[in-house]
Design a protein around this ligand. Sequence first.
Ligand SMILES: Nc1ncnc2c1ncn2[C@@H]1O[C@H](COP(=O)(O)OP(=O)(O)O)[C@@H](O)[C@H]1O
Ligand SMILES: [Mg+2]
Length: 339
Amino acid sequence: MSTPAPAVAARALIKTYPGDVTALNGMDVTVEAGTVFGLLGPNGAGKSTTVKILTTLARPDSGEATVAGHDVLRHPDRVRRAIGVVAQKSGADPVATGRENLRLQGRLYGLKGAALTRRVDELLERFDLAEAGARIVRGYSGGMLRRLDVALGLVHRPEVLFLDEPTTGLDPEARTAMWDEISRLAGDEGLTILLTTHYLEEADRLAERIAIVDRGRVVVEGTPDELKGELRGDAVHVELRKEGDRVVLTAVLSGLPGVHEVLVEGRRVSVRADDGAAAVPALLAALERAGAAVAAATVARPSLDDVYLRYAGRRFSEAESQSRSQSQSPELLPAGDAR
Ligand SMILES: Nc1ncnc2c1ncn2[C@@H]1O[C@H](COP(=O)(O)OP(=O)(O)O)[C@@H](O)[C@H]1O
Ligand SMILES: [Mg+2]
């Protein structure tokens, strides 16, 4: 048997907006069918623009993409039937009830009668909205509204579900609940999920593969473990009781097997170690022998933040604040593509 075609395949997407804004600058994305893929990047990186192109709501200046085997430019109608979209901003009608929203969405996809009622009941139940289904959406909490958005995207049983920042703006409790929902969806047979997020933890937790996006292109891609693994080892931080002699301690620690990148700053000693936990006893013993008494030691697995720093050349939080101060909010710009 040949390997199944990827659920999403985008090549060299370029998209510019008026005013010389390069939203996408050679964006490549491949998502294997039946997997959860995360596009992770700071605000303004081009995540929503990518989703809009893949869901036929915007056209690239150049490049090509297929979704569920259909070309987004040549057969947008086929793409639309195969996908569910949960946009960054809710698409639910605030003055209708949850149930009415779902029924309308179902009818748009040709469901009717008992089949429609069954599907709507099933989704209300599944997304814990059975009671809220009779209430006007305007009164929903952020978490309820987001769950309804996901349910709306699933009415017609799509093959590929796009979730654009599914938990942005949710409080921690609602975010955790949404993570559970998405994990459950990921277990659904055959469903492919492409989600975007600017939360490192969210990508780490939900996505089997992650592409880190910066300035309109992918800077690195892999499983969360692969990406972190490329950083060669754990960070070990040691706090000394008194300031240590930098030269002496650096020399002593650099000689230990499996230890690299030794940094001694006052009372703080940081190293990278192939296996952090295994390196700690030797590290502590070497420090004691050198006359440096230890107050505390911690081992940290490399984080996606470290990965981003390595490949994008700046900290994730820095990129977020830079993008906030540089870019105008697209909401304030004249309407271009449908958003
Ligand atoms: N309709 C638009 N008109 C003009 N600029 C836009 C529009 N949509 C997005 N942009 C700009 O394109 C860049 C990428 O935006 P976007 O894809 O929304 O990023 P993300 O979703 O990663 O935050 C940003 O600089 C943004 O300001
Ligand atoms: Mg966005």
